[in-house]
Design a protein around this ligand. Structure first.
Ligand code: MOS
Length: 762
């Protein structure tokens, strides 16, 4: 294991301890689910036991007889709500399936009634006594189920505009010296954050306060207002800490407006705690995917043809799609590329963002296929990546703003001891254990979104930073505080950060790993506004405008551009201004953001830019992952004693929190290969293992050794902070690295996740 706080290298911030470490370990960090309400009533959901059909009627007599029951809300008496479009189609919602609107059932586990009672226990008891009469229709569960429909994703989903292609794939593949065709499958997965899907709603007159774990307080605020038909300024969403997100809280779920509507009708605060199993169906998830990869190469390992075809499951009404071909078609140099993504509609809840949505399943396919190609070529898989490394992506020929892929491979290979690997499968063993070494590349788009911030500096250096970012466990408080301290030249202890509240200046969804780049860039800009005001006060005429922009105060900032900065005495500047507090508000948007960016930002829409969508360049973070697996010859038990990853992501704001993020990513990546899968009963389109006993997530014993290596990288072409997102970087590719290592250990190629001991045939 590397040290908990790695020494910062070039272009890295200080590894300061977490801003919220003390509050978290002492239990003083208040999560939305912890917020106390005055005289609350409690809600418990009743969810559908069928996946397709309709509710013919309820028998509520027994439920109503439970002591403490206040009301039972069904489609017959539910508050009327307006519809919201899908998040990925310009709306706020994770699904357009709006429960309690009609007797129709679109998926298993859909909300069909809400019991309100004086206590949680009474609400639960009554919910269990609700009797439902259904008309049942046969549902389509997944791929190959009768009744599904399939169509190209392009044109159905506004976030997936085209199937990338270039050159003439068919011709080049047919003529290629080496050809590989292989199919890969990834399973359904659910986020399962620790904090349950709770919602508390309290009205004060016409004003609504919502306490709910959310990755996007401004989106939720505007979405709920839209559904209730009220002014968005009447709604406030508060969640200073979020107990895990993983994408599950980026878009609005139907529960929130339902609870808000009932609370308004009953004129009483309501607290809903959805159970763990309900969380599998009332929110989104990662849908199962299928892939076919075709690679054509010359004998010396140069790719000449690449085709990636993917299929994803979505719900009947919604064309959710992750479409990872936008990344897999651009990762390696190749003159002839083709791709196609299809959406298969089934009777399921609508899937959504989950931990690097496009790259986790799509790079599993590509990075497994690259390993298979290396085997066919009898070539070291690291060398195959080196031969096909590129400075320009092949589809549009745009240059990467920076690309440290091979540097990551070299560093990680050295730390892992890759040179000790004997290349033949089944050639390494220790006692009963077959040993396998495997590796894979990772990459993740560098994304940014418009953000606003307010910063207040007092004469004594005390600083208050306000921005509606989100602490989902990533270190958001910490890097925002560091940014302000560094930029204003005040001690870190004097900076107070306020996030997780929609009354604060808007920031983007904490998704797509954009948060650090977006929020820190906005905070830097507003701190500079303060700096300029102070400088004007002390040196009104002595500086050119350009010099004022770059000059620092009190202590020299660490950025290279500011090395020659002249220090400024804050107290003297305040005296000259004749005030004791300076406050600035500012709105920052990344280069290339559309014209309506700020308007959209204030109405809870995100205009993320970056990745492959930039005008004349392409921005990604890169990494390389090496794993050791051990497979017991007799029991086929699979262990993963070592995960080693090297990553480059522009400026590392804080090596300590970055390391934690990347370590978590590697662990989730291992988990996506060996543990996580939601099983579906295909007869009734129902999730089977919808609990934390049967849905496997990694524990410490599953990951004895995780090593994170941070590479220095400077990128001046992405954003003022110079930071690339890394939250979702490390869990991409790891699943392929594991299967590649399993092939090395056993000689068996496994193309379907997850891999369990029953899948090992040697
Ligand atoms: Mo992440 S799945 O973009 O919250």
């Amino acid at each position: 294991m590397t040290a908990a706080a790695p020494e910062p290298k070039a272009n890295m911030g200080q590894p300061v301890p977490r801003y919220d470490a003390h509050s978290k370990v002492t239990g003083r960090a208040t999560y939305a689910s912890d917020m106390p309400l005055a005289n609350p009533a409690y809600a418990f959901l009743v969810t559908s036991a069928i996946a397709k059909g309709r509710v013919d009627g309820f028998d509520l007599a027994e439920a109503r007889a439970v002591r403490g029951v206040i009301d039972i809300v069904t489609h017959e008496n539910a508050p009327k709500l307006k519809e919201s479009k899908l998040f990925s189609n310009g709306g706020y919602a994770g699904t357009t399936i709006q429960p309690l609107k009609s007797p129709d059932i679109a998926h298993d586990g859909q909300i069909i009634a809400v019991v309100i009672a004086e206590s949680y226990e009474a609400a639960r008891e009554a919910a269990n006594r609700v009797k439902v009469n259904y008309t049942v229709a046969a549902p389509s569960a997944t791929f190959d189920s009768p009744g599904t429909t399939t169509a190209a994703a392009k044109g159905q989903n506004s976030q997936f505009k085209e199937d990338p292609k270039v050159g003439d794939f068919a011709k080049a593949f047919a003529a290629a010296e080496i050809q590989l065709t292989a199919a890969y499958d990834t399973p359904t997965q659910h986020h399962n954050p620790m904090e349950l899907f709770t919602t508390s709603c309290a009205w004060i007159g016409d004003d609504l306060v919502i306490y709910e774990p959310s990755q996007y307080v401004h989106g939720l605020k505007n979405g709920v207002a839209e559904q209730l038909g009220i002014d968005a300024d009447k709604v406030r969403v508060v969640n200073p800490y979020v107990g895990g997100g993983f994408g599950s809280r980026g878009s609005m779920t139907p529960r929130t407006a339902i609870i808000a509507g009932i609370a308004r009708r009953l004129n009483r605060p309501i607290k809903l705690v959805a159970t763990r199993d309900q969380g599998f169906t009332i929110t989104t998830y990662r849908a199962e995917t299928r892939h076919e990869i075709k690679l054509g190469a010359s004998r010396d390992g140069k790719l000449v043809a690449l085709r990636h075809e993917g299929a994803e499951v979505s719900s009947r009404p919604d064309a959710y799609c992750v479409g990872g071909t936008k990344t897999t078609t651009r990762l390696y140099a190749c003159p002839n590329v083709d791709s196609l993504v299809s959406i298969v509609r089934a009777d399921r809840n609508t899937p959504g963002f989950m931990r690097s949505p496009p790259e986790v399943p799509y790079l599993f396919a590509l990075e497994s296929a690259m390993d298979e190609l290396a085997v066919k070529l009898d070539m070291d898989p690291v060398e195959l990546r080196r031969i096909n490394d590129t400075t320009n992506e092949p589809i549009g020929g745009k240059p990467y703003t920076s690309r440290s892929l091979m540097a990551c491979f070299d560093e990680a290979a050295k730390a892992f001891g890759w040179s000790q690997r004997s290349s033949q499968p089944k050639s390494m063993a220790e006692g009963d254990w077959l040993i396998g070494y495997g590796c894979a590349a990772t990459c993740y788009p560098t994304q940014m979104g418009p953000a606003a911030a307010r910063v207040r500096l007092q004469r004594d250096g005390r600083t208050r930073v306000e921005i509606a970012g989100h602490e989902i466990g990533t270190g958001a408080y910490t890097v925002i505080a560091q940014t302000a301290a560094e930029r204003l030249g005040v001690p870190l202890e004097k900076v107070a950060v306020f996030i997780g509240d929609s009354d604060l200046p808007p920031a983007p969804v904490a998704g797509g790993s954009n948060s650090t780049a977006s929020t820190c860039s906005a905070v830097m800009m507003v701190c500079d506004q303060i700096r300029q005001r102070l400088f004007k006060a002390v040196m009104p005429d002595s500086l050119t405008d350009k010099a004022k922009e770059t000059v620092g105060i009190s202590q020299a900032p660490t950025t290279q551009a500011a090395k020659s900065n002249r220090p400024l005495d804050i107290e003297k500047a305040f005296d000259a201004l004749g005030v004791s507090v300076v406050e600035e508000y500012g709105e920052w948007k990344p280069e290339g953001a559309p014209l309506d960016s700020f308007k959209a930002m204030h109405s809870g829409h995100v205009r993320l830019v970056g990745g492959h969508q930039m005008q004349d360049k392409i921005a990604y973070a890169f990494g390389a992952e090496f794993v050791e697996v051990r497979v017991n010859r007799f029991t086929h038990e699979i262990r993963c004693p070592r995960l080693v990853g090297a990553f480059a992501a522009g400026r590392i704001m804080n090596p300590r929190t970055a390391r934690s993020q990347l370590m978590g990513g590697l662990i989730w990546g291992m988990s996506s290969a060996l543990l996580e899968a939601t099983e579906i009963d295909e007869r009734n389109a129902r999730y089977v293992n919808d609990n934390l006993a049967d849905y496997l997530v990694p524990v410490n014993a599953d990951v004895p050794g995780v090593e994170v290596i941070l590479l220095s990288e400077q990128d001046d072409h992405i954003n003022p902070a110079g930071a690339k997102g890394l939250g979702e970087l490390a869990n991409v590719g790891t699943n392929a690295a594991i299967c590649n290592a399993l092939y090395h250990a056993t000689g068996q190629r496994i193309r379907k996740l997850p891999v369990r001991l029953e899948n090992i045939e040697v």
